[in-house]
Design a protein around this ligand. Structure first.
Ligand code: ADP
Ligand code: 3PG
Ligand code: MG
Length: 395
């Protein structure tokens, strides 16, 4: 069932409470290192301003655990937003206290107020109805545009919809369009690339994608659990010994469903977890003791990229190697370049580290869609219902 968006209700001149996900990475000096989530919220905010609304923005940042902690203040976000919008965004210095009340009750049409980190209030993560009610009392309409937090049932992401007409913003609409269409109606061949650290993080996604894709390319540390399940030695590579049966089950399941599940034939290994460690490439069933697998090997890169070249839909979740270290980034970087050069293929990137890898390679605008959701995009791909979306009005 599709959900109403800001286009589907009359919000002219209204006071609107907008939940965004401004949970962006900050460096040790509090400088934003990736503003994609802020940029992603702009279309909705601009649309509301064009409609003469009073815009109250709300977000969390990090996990302050219900306490006011200055290092989790939304101050850097208010500054960045003001810059991007080209207009002043006033930051309240509390969530629903004196400052928030004063700023939000004295607004003119076209004003933008950002509330302080909603997780400074311990009731937020408990989805406490009292907090939802207080947040709702500030406005006439609830717009949820926090896709990255849509898998959390919290007061500001879901609870507030009990007290106000609730619709989605353009970012959530866009995320649902790309992720949803890929799952429901993909152009084929449909190929998924799954990497990252652990099989256990991605079991739900693997099982769900096995129902949909033609080919599943496995990379990253999770490959070693599959190798071990086939009886290979994996040296000191990351490997989940309690998931070997599961890995076998996944391989059998793929066979039954006619899905081509591909594991790397070769692996680039290193001596230590260190950017400058000694490294070499070996056949995947010949990883010696005392070594760790950190990337897919050159032969695998070639094979994976050949498969990708004929794909019409690709979903990529999780880097295929330790791509933060230059000498183990070739797999991830070459896959990113290959996807960037596909002209007739829908390419969807989900997962924080995969998105960061594509960004690092300077290829972000060459992809069809880079999700702003980490956990949320995983849960969506698993086919789970997301509370921040379920709570919105149906079309
Ligand atoms: P995403 O955030 O895209 O969903 P994950 O969080 O599941 O991805 O996994 C990303 C992490 O996995 C990265 O930090 C990456 O360095 C790490 N990783 C990938 N392959 C390996 C490997 N072979 N050994 C160790 N770490 C790996
Ligand atoms: C994220 O970064 O995945 C979202 O902002 C949700 O954050 P959380 O995992 O702290 O709920
Ligand atoms: Mg990650």
């Amino acid at each position: 069932m599709s959900k109403k968006t800001v286009r589907d209700i009359d919000l002219k001149d209204k006071k609107v409470f907008v939940r965004c996900d401004f949970n962006v990475p900050l460096d040790e000096n509090g400088v934003i290192t990736d503003n994609r989530r802020i940029v992603g919220a702009l279309p909705t905010i601009k649309y509301l301003l064009e409609n003469n609304c009073k815009v109250i923005l709300c977000s969390h940042l990090g996990r302050p655990k219900g306490e006011v902690k200055p290092e989790f203040s939304l101050k850097p976000i208010a500054v960045e937003l003001s810059k991007l919008l080209g207009k002043e965004v006033k930051l309240a210095n509390d969530v629903i206290g004196e400052s928030a009340k004063e700023l939000t009750s004295n607004m003119n049409n076209g004003d933008v107020v950002l509330l302080e980190n909603v997780r400074f209030d311990a009731r937020e993560e408990k989805n406490d109805p009292e907090l939802s009610k207080e947040l709702a009392s500030m406005a006439e309409i609830f717009v949820n545009d926090a896709f990255g937090t849509a898998h959390r049932a919290h007061s500001s992401t879901a609870g507030v919809a009990d007290y106000l007409p609730a619709v989605s913003g353009f970012l959530i609409e866009k995320e649902l369009k790309f992720l949803g269409e890929a799952l429901q109606n993909p152009e084929r061949p449909f190929v998924a690339i799954l990497g990252g650290k652990k099989v256990s993080d991605k079991i739900g996604v693997i099982n769900s994608l096995l129902e949909k894709v033609d080919t599943l390319l496995i990379g990253g540390a999770m490959a070693f659990t599959f190798f071990k399940a086939q009886g290979y030695g994996v040296g000191d590579s990351i490997c989940e010994l309690d998931k070997l049966d599961l890995a076998k089950e996944i391989m059998e399941n793929a066979k039954k469903k006619g899905v081509n599940l591909v594991l790397p034939v070769d692996t680039k290994i290193g001596k230590e977890f260190d950017p400058n460690t000694e490294s070499k490439t070996v056949k995947s069933n010949e990883i010696p003791d005392g070594w760790q697998g950190f990337d897919i090997g050159a032969e695998s890169i070639k094979e994976y990229c050949e498969i990708l070249k004929s794909a019409k839909t690709v979903i990529w979740n999780g880097p295929v190697g330790l791509s933060e270290f230059k000498q183990f980034a070739a797999g991830t970087d070459t896959i990113a370049e290959t996807l960037a050069n596909l002209s007739d293929c829908t390419t969807i990137i989900g997962g924080g580290d995969s998105a960061a890898a594509v960004e690092r390679a300077g290829l972000a605008d060459k992809m069809t869609h880079i999700s702003t959701g980490g956990g949320a995009s995983l849960e969506f791909l698993e086919g789970k219902k997301l509370p921040g979306i379920e709570c919105l009005q149906d079309k």
